[in-house]
Design a protein around this ligand. Sequence first.
Ligand code: BJW
Ligand code: ZN
Length: 253
Amino acid sequence: MGVTVIMFERELLNLIATANSIVALNGAGVSAESGIPTFRDALTGLWARYNPEELATPQAFGKNPQLVSRWYDQRRCDVLKCMPNAGHIALARLEETCRQKGRPFTLITQNVDRLHRAAGSQNVIELHGNLFTWRCIDCGWEADESGPAFDEHPPRCECGGLRRPGVVWFGEALPGAALLKAQRASGKCALFMSLGTSSVVYPAAALVDLAFENGAKVLEINPEQTPLSRRAHWSLRGKCGEILPDLIDRAGS
Ligand code: BJW
Ligand code: ZN
């Protein structure tokens, strides 16, 4: 088994320990170590011949609602078997430490798996919705459905309309209040952490620009290079579940 040894700069540790406002923007890589495939990972089994970017659209749902509904139901069932990993837990701990010290900490996630809540994070901004909320495309019915798989795909609403997952597909607007909160926090933070995201999906990928404009320092953690890597003040190559706990421990947070 490989051992990741990362030397953290004192400035970064100090910033985590003292920054008066921290934002963490998370992507699928944060949940990878919980066993949840990243969004752009090759799909397996039945889904191997599909491109996730083509399934996550209103057009795909309109064209083949059964296929899209089955894909989301499969993912929902898979996620229910997964636990938060060390990265999720470290972020929940950092939030708690910041809360005790009266320092604002904002966790913004693009993930739809709700694992941050399961890890104990209290304030999570879900930019792309989540897999557990469903809504009717006709009457506006909306509910949390965390139970077993449905028999019918897509599930039918009492009004006769189709129910769809409460996630944000390509071409759809993000939830306005969540986006505004994320933009406000990003625009006034001192440290912006971009964790486990490919930084290619907008408007989430533009939040870091608000942080840069405000003079914030930017930390990225990702095993791969991304479009943000060259611009970040620190771009650490590795897994969030390995780097984050160590980083937060050493910062004394
Ligand atoms: C690890 C790791 C480990 C692995 N540790 N790291 C500006 C420019 C260009 C295009 C656009 C633009 N503005 C808007 C667009 C269009 C579009 C877009 O961004 N397209 C780009 C792809 C080009 N955006 C939209 O359509 C958005 N809507 C919009 O803009 O609406 C405008 C509008 C306004 C008013 C009215 C109407 C419309 C909506 C975007 C919605 C995104 N939805 C999805 C699906 C959610 C549901 C689902 O899960 O099925 O969200 S797409 C998908 O991408 C998902 C993710 O949340 C999101 C981000 O992906 P993420 O998290 O970065 O995952 P990956 O897989 O890409 O990367 C994982 C990373 O982890 C990798 O880098 C690995 O290396 C790393 N990793 N293991 C740390 N252990
Ligand atoms: Zn309905």
